[in-house]
Design a protein. Structure first.
Length: 470
């Protein structure tokens, strides 16, 4: 099957650079100390078998991107005739007993590396050697690969809600012959002949610039960015969070209890999303103070907040059918945690009337719902904003509130690893799962040597808000 990349998919594919890989990462930490009912634990061979059996549910994971000769159109997805699952699923180990800091250093190194554009745009790592009988699975998928509607993130399909993996029909897939450059060009020209306006644009751009097709594929993104730039009063606030990114990353995590957010929500009659933003705002404030940054009461940081909208019911988070994205000023200069939360609640209410909805119907109705696809969609939504119009990206996606398993091994923790957009030195990703809220902090290695201070500040901010509830 040959399908053309959408304009947004093509933009993600083109915009990636060695210092800004545009892939979404997901880290799952597993209890791998107890054999399942079949007397097995999750090892490399079992993980390969599991993923291979689930690939029919995510067929794009067997496809790679091919360029059209002479730039006569957007690139296309084609089946990879050399598809080798052992290339994509890799094995790594920490010097046992490995600790969490070693794991996060490894994740930072893996997240720093761009994906091989000559193959399907994803990788998965089984990380062994963690202390206490644990293992980890780290997955990275290119943002062009996952749209949350027609193409899901692979974490969606390898998770099960019981130790016994789901039985699926046998896969009859066979590697097909790939189209030649001549065939791709002929197909593109045939399509352009049927669409004269697109043909004129492609030929004009390709003739004036060897990379002119980039301009065409980015039109939708640029148009949206211009709207936001025009609507944003003043420039982006000055902040150490905006600098040229290097090729290396740092990664750290924070674990918090979901019940604490519910306590704050009930006390102040706000949403859980508002509570999350207030906790992040307080953490950023404490971190800025640790750097001796000058803060006054009116100091703000501007965040792109693509959040999945969800309802907090009886011990269950129910995702709605869209991801909404908006700009919001975080009042980091406000010393009172109650006032910070009040400012954020009013701002999100106003922003909610102008937010941009992104469809998520496919993923929210899928059994074994996992949040990785929502994070991928959130990054796509954030990228439509001009890179000089915000200081950082905060993505938040609800996960299942019951135990989930990968190949029979119970998942203990799950952390998103969101990419850094251009000139962004930090991204916050949050996922709720099984009664906890897990933060993944992905940061530029040169600009954020004190990422551990920011991680500790999340707990300080939470304590401030909980103290205000007394």
């Amino acid at each position: 099957m040959i399908t053309r990349l959408t304009p947004q998919d093509a933009s993600f594919y083109r915009l990636e650079s060695s210092s800004n890989p545009i892939h979404i990462g997901s880290l799952a930490i597993l209890n791998n100390s107890s054999p399942d009912t079949a007397g097995q634990v999750l090892d490399y061979e079992r993980l390969v078998d599991l993923v291979e059996s689930r690939l029919p549910m995510v067929p794009r994971y067997r496809r790679k991107v091919r360029e059209i000769p002479l730039s006569m159109g957007r690139p296309v997805w084609v089946e990879d005739s050399r598809f080798d699952i052992s290339y994509h699923i890799r094995r790594s180990a920490l010097p046992g007993p490995g600790n969490d800091s070693q794991l996060y250093d490894l994740v930072a190194r893996l997240a720093s590396r761009p994906l091989d554009q000559g193959r399907p745009l994803w990788e998965m790592y089984l990380i062994e050697g963690l202390a206490d009988g644990r293992a980890a699975v780290f997955t990275k998928s290119h943002s062009a690969l996952v749209d949350g509607d027609t193409a899901l993130e692979i974490g969606h399909v390898i998770l099960d809600n019981s130790p016994l993996p789901r039985e699926l029909a046998d896969d009859a897939w066979r590697a097909p012959r790939e189209p030649s450059d001549v065939e791709l060009l002929a197909g593109a020209l045939s399509q352009l002949a049927a669409q004269p306006r697109e043909a004129y644009s492609v030929i004009r751009d390709a003739g004036s610039n060897a990379f002119g097709v980039v301009r065409g594929t980015q039109m939708a993104v640029k148009a949206a960015a211009n709207v936001v730039r025009a609507a944003t009063s003043g420039g982006v606030p000055d902040s150490p969070l905006n600098a040229r990114t290097s090729r290396s990353r740092r990664f750290d995590v924070v674990r918090t209890d979901l019940e604490d957010y519910r306590t704050i929500r009930r006390h102040f009659d706000c949403s859980i999303n508002d509570t999350v933003l207030a906790v992040v705002t307080g953490a950023l404030r404490n971190w800025l103070l640790s750097r001796n940054e000058a803060l006054v009461e009116s100091t703000n940081l501007r965040a792109v907040v693509p959040m999945s909208v969800y309802v907090d019911g009886d011990n269950q988070l129910t995702p709605a059918s869209e991801v909404s994205s908006f700009l919001i000023d975080l009042p980091v200069g406000e010393p009172n945690p109650t006032m910070r939360l009040s400012h954020i609640s009013h701002a999100t209410e106003a922003a909610g009337r102008q937010r941009r909805g992104v469809r998520a119907r496919t993923l929210v109705h899928l059994a074994g719902f996992a949040p990785a696809s929502l994070h991928a969609m959130s990054v796509r939504a954030a990228s439509t904003f001009a890179d000089n119009s915000f200081n950082l990206v905060i993505t938040n996606a609800p996960g299942p509130q019951t135990a989930m398993y990968i190949g029979g091994a119970r998942m203990l923790e799950m952390y998103p690893v969101s990419p850094l957009l251009r000139n962004q030195t930090l991204s916050f990703g949050l996922t709720s799962y099984d009664g906890q809220v897990f933060y993944g902090l992905n940061a530029d290695r040169d600009a954020m040597a004190d990422i551990d201070v920011l991680a500790a500040s999340v707990h300080e901010s939470m304590e401030e808000l909980l103290g205000a509830c007394l």
